[in-house]
Write a protein that binds this ligand. Structure first.
Ligand code: ZN
Length: 693
């Protein structure tokens, strides 16, 4: 155990930047009697915890009826936390609506895609356009903010919780939401004629003749026929739920302008366009719950996606399980050392907190079998408690050395929620074509090479990137294509794939077909697309050398095969099979100072790695280890530079074998152990090193 936390400074010094790496998690004192709450604070200190998130689900405990408020229990908890040097990530407590509210205002409850209104129960069950919900939630946020604005424990605001994380994904199909959708569409399109055209409603004779005929895509209505309608419905629902967040955040900003505001996101979460959400948040935070079989690159992808929401700024790891989950088919324990490794993976990727769901395992309810720092025996002499405490001591040892660190990535992967929606709603070309899976695969190839990669929105500033990879960007706007074209002309390498540039932001096929506004950049056009069933492959044979890939090498490919027609582009590799054998499968177009590649089919992952290695080599992009050599298998490498500080090199061994990593020239200090290293860094199984020059 390290020294207990010092009591917190006065509120007048309330930090807007984090004072240190945060360590803690969700705390639900309302589930426990007073004696247990006392014990919790002592245990938190013992576990080197310095932050607790509360009371996320505390609405009814703070407001047992519309005119009754009971904040005294929270006063006591926060006072004890402050006295023990534990910060509060203070929730607005609006994630679960009280039963009295559902009873008094039944239309607060959301309605599902079949038009059935929910009953009381579960969480996040509010209709996002409900005026009663807006009034009551902002009123509670105001009371909490006014009561605790000067409380020394207050560090951060946590609005709502996992927005969209319910049975309807936060969507509501009630009559009020349908009317709001019509208003939203009228503002967007102006007149019905434009709506009919942009939604392509002439198809199957669905042309509308009056605004009142516009409906949400009900399960027993237009849910499948018109993708443009579903796209707009997704935008409307994401925006409308965001309005609920903004309503609470506005109140908090007015009362406590220096306290940062967040809500916990969920990684690659289809229903909400997090690029829009992040603009309204002071700091991004997210909940990391990988499945037991997810590879480390999968988790790294999610961290990078969340980091990229604010163009590389640090983020918070708001939740992870310290041991096991409860919603998988088989809820494996995290083996000893895995929690530490996954936590440092988050820090290496830019997290400034390591936090858990939850602090103490509940006795009942659906999450009673979900892991917690304090398990059901309620003791501190358990494996999990020991691992958490030791991790907390490690984080305390780092002090502020990792805070504010930025990745200096020269490679970018474009990720677009709207492209994801469009592809998800598309009928064809293949049920195996999954947008996020493809993005993860391309990211994993770069990750395996040790290439630092930012995942950014298509409208991000691309000027700092020398390699831009855009997997399956089927929906693309002309301005995105223009930005890519300009960046290529100025010297970047661009890689597009099969099924790119097909549709505009109404899911209407671009004039002239794919790749639409990227036709000039890629120097080709797509004639047709073959979708291969699971048991069928083609192959690409390299007609010329590309980096380390010799001419004549052949790699199997699968999924889709675009048949492309070259204009300015040149063939790099050709198909070997089917009636289009000999036609281009990989092409390159030189444009200005840069090059644009088109990968018309999906090679297996090892070939993907070889192709990306060649493209990185072409631009002199390497890993933080220097040279063109990738890190040893299973080793994750990340380089981050703190403001005004020296670069930090993170090495994480995800394998179960010891491994040696060759270091760039210099003498390094391991911030976790104090060891001095040169030339070689040895890593134990699941070992972590954070090195500074
Ligand atoms: Zn509604």
């Amino acid at each position: 155990m390290t020294e207990p936390n010092a009591p917190l400074p006065s509120a007048s010094a309330a930090p807007t930047r984090l004072p240190r790496l945060l360590h803690g998690g969700d705390y639900n004192p309302e589930q426990w009697p007073e004696a247990v709450r006392d014990e919790d604070i002592a245990l938190m200190t013992a576990a080197n915890v310095n932050v607790a998130t509360l009371p996320v689900f505390g609405w009814v405990s703070l407001q047992p009826s519309e005119d009754t408020f009971t904040f005294e229990w929270l006063d006591a908890v926060l006072n004890r936390m402050a006295d023990s040097g534990i910060y509060a990530c203070l929730a607005t407590a609006t994630a679960s609506i009280p039963a009295w509210m559902d009873q008094k205002y039944p239309d607060i409850l959301c309605t599902d895609a079949s038009g059935v209104r929910r009953r009381h129960g579960g969480r996040h069950t509010f209709c996002p356009t409900s005026p009663d919900f807006r009034r009551l939630s902002t009123d509670l946020a105001r009371r909490i903010a006014e009561r605790y604005r000067d409380h020394p424990a207050l560090l951060l605001w946590h609005v709502g919780n996992e927005y969209g994380g319910n049975a309807t994904s936060g969507r509501c199909f009630c009559a009020r939401c349908a009317a709001a959708f019509r208003t939203w569409l009228q503002e967007k399109y102006g007149d019905l004629e434009t709506l009919n055209a942009r939604w392509y409603l002439a198809f199957w004779g669905h042309t509308l003749t009056h605004w009142e005929q516009v409906e949400p895509p009900y399960a027993n209505g237009e849910s499948q026929t018109h993708q443009a309608q579903r796209l707009d419905w997704s935008r409307f629902q994401s925006d409308t739920l965001l309005e609920c967040f903004k309503a609470e955040a506005t109140v908090l900003r007015e009362i406590t302008p220096s306290i940062p505001i967040t809500t916990n996101l969920m990684g690659a979460f289809l229903p909400l366009n997090y690029h829009a959400w992040a603009k309204e948040m002071d700091v991004v935070s997210w909940d990391n719950y990988p499945g037991p079989h997810d590879p480390p690159s999968f988790v790294a992808f999610s961290h990078a996606l969340m980091r990229g929401l604010k163009e590389g700024q640090p983020f918070l790891l708001m939740e992870q399980s310290p041991s096991q989950q409860n919603w998988q088919a088989y809820n494996w324990l995290k083996a000893p050392g895995l929690l530490r490794l996954q936590s440092f993976q988050a820090v290496a990727q830019g997290a400034e907190s390591v936090m858990y769901f939850q602090w103490r395992r509940g006795r009942g309810g659906i999450e009673k079998l979900h892991g917690a720092v304090v398990e059901h025996p309620g003791r501190h002499d358990t494996r999990v408690f020991r691992e958490v405490s030791e991790l907390g001591a490690d984080l305390a040892r780092l002090g502020d050395a990792t805070l504010g660190g930025r990745v200096s990535a020269r490679a970018a992967l474009l990720f677009d929620w709207e492209a994801w929606w469009a592809l998800s709603y598309s009928s064809g070309p293949s049920t195996d074509l999954q947008y996020v899976q493809e993005c993860r695969a391309f990211y994993a190839a770069l990750y395996g090479l040790g290439i630092q990669t930012e995942i950014v929105a298509p409208d991000a500033d691309l000027s700092r990137f020398d390699l831009i990879v855009a997997p399956v960007l089927s929906l693309i706007e002309s301005r995105t294509a223009a930005a890519i074209e300009q960046r290529v002309e100025n010297g970047a390498t661009f890689l597009a794939t099969f099924f790119t540039g097909l549709v505009d932001n109404n899911d209407l096929v671009h004039a002239g077909g794919a790749p639409g506004p990227l036709t000039k950049t890629l120097g080709l056009w797509v004639e047709e697309t073959d979708a291969l069933p699971k048991n069928k492959t083609n192959a690409l044979r390299f007609e010329r050398q590309l980096g380390g890939i010799e001419a004549g090498r052949t790699f199997p490919s699968r999924l889709l095969c675009d048949r492309v027609r070259l204009e300015a582009a040149q063939m790099v590799a050709a198909y070997t099979d089917d009636f289009y054998a000999g036609e281009p499968a990989l092409t390159v177009n030189t444009l200005g100072q840069g090059r644009a590649y088109y990968l018309a089919t999906r090679p297996e992952d090892d070939a993907l790695t070889a192709i990306l290695a060649a493209l990185c080599a072409e631009r002199g992009i390497g890993s933080p280890l220097g040279g063109g050599t990738p890190p040893p298998a299973g080793v994750e490498v990340s380089g981050r530079v703190s403001p005004g500080g020296s670069p930090l090199l993170y090495l994480l061994n995800h394998s179960l074998s010891s491994v040696n990593v060759a270091l760039p020239p210099g003498t390094y200090t391991d911030l976790l152990t104090g060891e001095t290293l040169a030339e070689i860094a040895s890593l134990e199984p699941r070992g972590v090193r954070i090195l500074t020059l």
